[in-house]
Design a protein around this ligand. Structure first.
Ligand code: FAD
Length: 530
């Protein structure tokens, strides 16, 4: 389908999943020419792959899963799924599972690069120098690790929470206690969540829990434990089994950025433009429309003013509002100023091998996990990625162990301000403290700082609709994606916001509600039946 808007231009701010999807969709379905302005020197946004001395890092670890067929088909069109032993494969993410058909003549990752791997997920919690399944399962290992006395305490506090739930549920702390009981909350949720957000769980909205702790509860863990003792029909699809108990997911051979580079190269082939190294610092607007986008070329500090028929913004909404000048209503400016983000440092550490451990280590003593949640109070690291287990092709030498240590922080705080050298030293020291790796096995390291990785559901988040009604009043401006809409969007949600915006342009509609409706369905956040 095509519009009548020959030679019209859409300026897209940001070359992450939302911005790239918007550009690709415009090129496929309209005559509008997309020009992307991206401040970094790479594409993919938070979902990029960072390359260092032949090793690749995935910032955060990105599983490719969507409940949307449109997104799943789109991904597979970009990178076909590897040939498999069966005709289909079951993949899973949180509360959802789905079947992906596999072409027996599909690509072989050993021979082809344009390929999506099917990977198995294992992630565990490391607490008290012991591993626990994630999400916590009531199995023999959990009982042995925690001890009977603690299990009884957990059981009693859980029963108490079920009988007398906190009402109304005002904070994330209330949310966790109502679902898990206070004792389990204190053991497994409080410290880690506060490490991630840097504020007490009491100050975080319960919606965050509803999005992230999808459908998990102690009742379900018990039910699952019983089901595994008395198995039913094993051919039944695993829809009833809780979200993250067994997972497979799709994963580009060279990490998430591999897919986004493929999209970027198609955009350029189709006539779109991607200008990296341009920092957008403002919009020109009047009479209910945006007329141009202002940016600084970071190489020479020169200003660029780019006229636009449409503007798609995936940059943080806080920065967008700040760059729209004095005429922005005071209340909207205040909400923008009050939006809070959490930032992120990933330290890549390459080792000859890990320290031997009794918890299922394989060759090179490598633990089998894709990632491990670190719940230990004596280290700052929040999560450890084992990149070898995401895709063997992320690692240059398969005889090495390539780890990503994730630290949650605030831009400009003490951790953020350490030099790369100091951060690498910190990572090496902490790997020794928790006995993951010895310093004398260390080979190489690098640091990636990512600002605004998590839009926070506190600060002025509650008043976001005030920004929305102002930006929606500018007919040709679309706020898209994760930080663009200040919403905890995954790649697929970010893509769907972009696809929906293009749908609206194609349909000639000015109602932006369908874009804001993406990723708001309650059943996607939390299982409806308790
Ligand atoms: C730890 C972690 C784990 C995750 N795991 C998963 C997962 O398993 N599966 C999944 O699907 N998703 C996952 N996500 C979410 C995923 O990373 C995001 O949903 C996705 O990258 C958002 O895409 P986006 O285009 O909306 O925004 P972004 O990826 O943030 O891209 C925005 C782009 O805009 C650019 N930009 C910002 N400001 C400006 C400016 N002023 N001028 C010009 N350019 C600008 C940025 O440089 C960036 O390239 C995870 C995220 C994190 C943090």
């Amino acid at each position: 389908m095509s519009t009548n808007s020959t030679s019209k231009i859409a300026v897209i701010i940001g070359a992450g999943p939302a911005g790239l999807t918007a550009a690709y969709e415009l090129l496929q379905r309209t005559d509008i020419r997309p020009v992307i302005l991206e401040m970094s020197d790479d594409v993919g946004g938070i979902s990029r792959t960072v390359e260092y001395h032949g090793n690749r890092m995935d910032i955060g670890g990105h599983r490719f899963f969507s409940k949307s067929d449109r997104v799943m088909d789109w991904w597979q069109e970009m990178l076909p799924v590897e040939a498999g032993v069966s005709e289909s494969v079951q993949i899973r993410y949180h509360n959802r599972d789905r079947t992906v058909s596999v072409n027996p003549d599909g690509p072989d990752p050993g021979k082809s690069d344009r390929v999506m791997l099917v990977r198995e997920r294992l992630s565990r919690i490391f607490y008290g120098r012991k591993y626990y399944s994630y999400p916590i399962r009531l199995n023999g290992q959990t009982i042995r690790n925690l001890g009977l006395r603690r299990i009884i305490r957990i059981g009693l506090s859980y029963a108490g929470a079920r009988m007398r739930p906190v009402r109304p549920e005002l904070s994330l702390e209330d949310f966790f206690i109502n679902r898990f009981g206070k004792e389990l909350y204190l053991t497994f949720f409080k410290d880690y969540t506060e490490k991630v957000w840097g504020v007490p769980c009491r100050s975080i909205k319960p919606e965050w829990g509803a999005q992230r702790v999808k459908g998990l509860s102690v009742t379900k863990a018990l039910f699952h434990a019983l089901k595994s003792i008395f198995p039913r029909d094993v051919s039944v699809r695993q829809k009833e089994i809780e979200t993250s108990l067994i997972d497979r997911f799709l994963y580009p051979k060279f990490g998430p950025g591999h897919l986004w580079k493929e999209v970027a190269s198609r955009i350029e082939k189709l006539g779109g433009e991607i200008r990296t190294g341009y920092y957008v610092n403002g919009l020109e607007w009047a009479d209910g429309r945006v007329s141009a986008v202002r940016a600084i070329c970071m190489a020479d500090n020169r200003e660029l003013l780019l006229e636009a028929d449409w503007v798609f913004s995936t940059m943080p909404v806080k920065d967008l509002v700040a760059g729209m000048g004095e005429r922005v209503p005071q209340a909207v400016k205040d909400v923008g100023k009050g939006l809070i983000y959490r930032d992120f440092i990933a330290i890549g550490l390459l080792y000859r091998k890990m320290t031997p451990c009794p918890e299922g280590c394989g060759g090179k003593n490598r633990i089998p996990d894709n990632w491990v949640y670190i719940q230990e109070a004596d280290v700052k690291v929040g999560r450890i990625q084992v990149f070898n287990n995401w895709s063997p092709y992320l690692v240059k030498d398969p005889d090495t162990v390539w780890l990503g240590l994730e630290y949650f922080c605030q831009e400009g705080d003490d951790l953020w301000s350490l030099t790369d050298e100091e951060l690498i030293r910190l990572g090496i020291r902490e790997m020794e403290i928790i006995r993951f790796c010895e310093e004398n096995e260390y080979l190489d390291g690098t640091v990636v700082r990512m600002a605004k990785t998590y839009p926070a559901y506190f600060g002025t988040y509650d008043r976001l609709p005030e920004i929305r009604s102002f930006t929606d009043s500018l007919k040709n401006l679309f706020l898209l994606g994760r930080n663009g809409m200040h919403r905890y969007n995954n790649q697929d949600h970010s893509m769907l916001t972009a696809m929906t915006a293009v749908d609206l342009i194609v349909a000639g509609s000015e109602d932006k509600e369908p874009v804001w409706a993406v990723n708001t369905e309650e059943d996607y956040h939390e299982e409806t039946s308790k």
